[in-house]
Design a protein around this ligand. Structure first.
Ligand code: NAI
Length: 335
């Protein structure tokens, strides 16, 4: 039998993980011949709930699940892992300032970056889902200098999948036929769902849809507001679809995307006027274990403006966090 792939997952007691863990354990990530071992991380006070989820995992009798570890210590969770889904983060509580939210998450992802650097396999592939996902991934990468920059990514795939689904309905085609769709920027309402290059069977999608304004008037706002629509309808934020997107992101990354474009939060190379090192959603093509950015696209003024709008928000977030991290290290040196 193959040795198991070791996968760390944080936020294990949360609602996204309540969908994600079961799908990984049943083989949806790595296929029906690859055993997995799950290394679950959550806060100390959430561990009893994690143990409840572990009981349910046991009760599924998944043949591919070789074992589950539960811990509140990131060093233990990240020991010798091949991949990580970092889903846990600090949510905004009532009356909490944005600055406090950023500071809390900066501290979490600094600690986790250091633990990753120390404990994980160098070639581990890491996906940050917990919000603000792009900036959290940036903080993580800054504190895991032993990691190749491209081995730390953030999730914009939910927005990509949402856009693909809306496009398929509008064009009356199967969603699996859509290629060369891109979602740029931050996982926030400023993200830019870009259909410019999208095709179905070689036919440009904008032409198939036939309404040049549909992207701006309908697609972009609908994708941007989808998360809010789900919260209003369900009384809780997207969970199964977020877990599905995390799985899609990691599966395409580890196994390859078969020449298809996917959207991923990647550390920028400076192309398209996205500042170098910024963690930002861009189109990419994956071959097993590696990502190739879609480069050399000619952007028109509208595309450029839309990307820069989201990039500006990301830069602001990164600069604010960078300052907060400096303050945090100064005050811990004072102590
Ligand atoms: P949730 O609140 O149900 O669960 C979060 C879990 O993380 C809790 O069990 C909590 O105890 C844990 N946690 C908090 N701090 C932690 C830490 N320092 N280490 C380990 N675990 C920690 O939240 P849910 O719905 O599962 O969402 C998780 C995150 O994913 C949220 O930040 C949410 O905003 C984000 N998200 C991101 C999406 C994206 O497209 N990038 C899409 C949907 C959600």
């Amino acid at each position: 039998a193959k040795p198991p792939v070791h996968i760390a997952i944080s936020g294990a007691a949360g609602q996204i993980c309540y969908a994600l863990l079961f799908r990984i354990a049943c083989g949806d990530l790595l296929g029906p011949d690859q055993p997995v071992r799950l290394q679950l991380l959550d806060l100390e006070q959430a561990l009893p709930a994690v143990w409840g989820v572990v009981m349910e995992l046991e009760d599924c009798a998944f043949p591919l699940l070789e074992g589950v570890d539960v811990t509140a210590d990131p060093h233990v969770a990240f020991a010798d892992i091949d991949a990580a889904f970092l889903v846990g983060s600090r949510p905004r509580s009532k009356g909490m300032e944005r600055r406090d939210l950023l500071a809390a998450n900066a501290a979490i992802f600094r600690t986790q970056g250091q633990a990753l650097d120390r404990a994980a396999k160098r070639e581990a592939r890491v996906l940050v889902v917990g919000n603000p996902a792009n900036t959290n991934a940036w903080v993580l990468a800054e504190h895991a200098p032993g990691f190749a920059r491209d081995n730390i990514t953030s999730m914009i795939r939910l927005d990509h999948n949402r856009a693909a689904s809306q496009l398929a309905t509008q064009a009356n085609v199967n969603v699996g036929e859509i290629e060369r769709l891109a979602v740029w920027g931050n996982h926030s309402p400023t993200m830019y769902a870009d259909w410019t290059n999208a095709v179905v069977g070689g036919e440009p999608l904008p032409r198939l849809i036939g309404d040049p304004d549909w992207c701006t008037d309908t697609l972009i706002p609908q994708v941007a507001q989808r998360g809010t629509a789900i919260i209003e309808a369900r009384g809780a934020s997207s969970a199964a679809s977020a877990a599905n997107a995390a799985l899609d992101h990691m599966r395409d990354w580890l196994l390859g995307s078969d020449g298809r474009w996917v959207s991923m939060g990647l550390s920028s190379t400076g192309e398209y006027d996205i500042p170098e090192g910024l963690m930002c959603g861009v189109p990419a093509i994956c071959s097993p274990g590696s990502v190739e950015r879609v480069s050399g696209l000619r952007l028109d003024d509208f595309q450029h403006m839309m990307i820069q709008r989201s990039v500006a928000e990301l830069v602001q977030e990164r600069d604010a966090v960078s300052l907060l991290l400096k303050e945090q290290s100064v005050s811990s040196a004072d102590r």
